[in-house]
Design a binder for this molecule. Structure first.
Ligand code: NAD
Length: 340
């Protein structure tokens, strides 16, 4: 039997656990997996690009579990009433090769991206950071805001989007959260005085969402929207004066904001900071950038977390997606017995 978690089941799980506890526990779980980075099989994701978007297959494994996610990114989708990002993921056990979990990963990707952002910021932002600017208030945005409160105690969010309706939606969804929310009329107004800047915009082109002159010393930038060839958010001049951290360098060189620095761009892999093998922030003056594109290990951590929690709380449905014949060599007879 394969445990299946559809979107209502994941929503039920979130309701039982609580969104912020979920994000905190997932950040801790992801950090523990990043600390074991050398034990995972890693590869840049397989991407199929079109003029309007991308479909990507993201596998990883260790000696216990194999996971993969199929995810898309189509920035023009919302204009047609569709999500920019959707995903489905799967977990299989390495000992038998059997699939154990199939999960929706559209919401789970938003959760794991937010948990990873907060995990990175815990290591890289200046201690005592209180305010975050959030540029882009689409599908990812509320989860980002809540993860930064859950993991870093960020209580104040200054936000801006080119779409006024998306800003209104963000304010409405978080009205009862207790976060101090300040709507801003431009990127410059949003980032003024912010300790952390998150860019979560979607446009299939090379943009400068965040200009170099807007960023003061000491700021940590969590850039999640520049995640495809030809799709960037940060001013190359800003990249040139910052300390840059990435998930998996071979993948980020192709997909991240550092693509604008050329194919030999250098950056520190975040796992090395977590494992104590590389330095993160070196002073209160550093500008640090987490050039996030999303890596398979984050999906692995999220699927493992959901698998454990769902079984603990009795959530999800067991479906006979794998045949269970008494004689494993008699697949034909098993199917006949089912009435085929
Ligand atoms: P979305 O389409 O729901 O929201 C994006 C928002 O950005 C929209 O509201 C849009 O109006 C706004 N926007 C676009 N250009 C802007 C600009 N110049 N200034 C201000 N606002 C602007 O998309 P989403 O699901 O929230 O995803 C946001 C981005 O994050 C996408 O680019 C997506 O590919 C990326 N993403 C990255 C990861 C990761 O792991 N790094 C994971 C998920 C999504």
């Amino acid at each position: 039997m394969v445990l299946t978690i559809d979107t209502p089941a994941l929503a039920g799980l979130l309701g039982r656990v609580g969104v912020e506890r979920f994000l905190r526990e997932l950040a801790d779980r992801t950090e523990a997996d990043f600390a074991k980075w050398p034990t995972f099989e890693k590869s840049a994701r397989l991407a199929a690009h079109s003029n309007v978007g991308v479909l990507e297959l993201m596998p990883t494994s260790n000696e216990e579990w194999f996971s993969f996610k199929l995810v898309n990114g189509h920035p023009g989708n919302p204009a047609a009433g569709l999500l920019t990002v959707t995903a489905i993921g799967m977990l299989a056990d390495v000992a038998t090769g059997y699939p154990r979990l199939i999960s929706e990963m559209t919401v789970l990707t938003a959760l794991r991206t937010a948990a990873t952002s907060a995990m990175a910021a815990r290591r890289l932002a200046s201690p005592g950071a209180k305010t975050m600017a959030l540029i882009g208030t689409g599908a990812q945005s509320e989860y980002q805001a809540l993860a930064f409160r859950a993991c870093l105690g960020i209580n104040s969010i200054r936000y801006f989007d080119t779409d006024a309706a998306a800003m209104a939606k963000f304010a409405r969804n978080l009205a009862a959260s207790g976060l101090e929310l300040t709507a801003c009329s431009s990127v410059a107004a949003a980032v003024a005085g912010a300790d952390i800047i998150t860019t979560a915009t979607a446009a299939k082109r090379t943009q400068v969402v965040l200009a170099d002159e807007l960023v003061a010393a000491g700021v940590h930038i969590n850039a999640i929207g520049g995640d495809c060839p030809g799709k960037t958010e940060l001013d190359p001049k800003l990249l040139a004066r910052a300390r840059i951290f990435v998930e998996y360098l071979p993948q980020t060189r192709i997909e991240g904001d550092i693509q604008s620095l050329g194919p030999e761009a250098e950056a520190t892999e975040l796992w090395a900071v977590i494992a104590g093998r590389a330095t993160g922030r070196t002073s209160r003056q550093d500008i640090t950038i987490f050039d996030s594109v999303g890596f398979a290990l984050e999906d692995y951590s999220a699927l493992r977390y959901v698998y454990d929690k769902a079984r603990e709380l009795g959530i999800g449905r067991l479906l006979p997606l794998v045949p269970e014949p008494k004689d494993p060599k008699d697949l034909y007879g098993y199917v006949l017995g089912l009435g085929a």
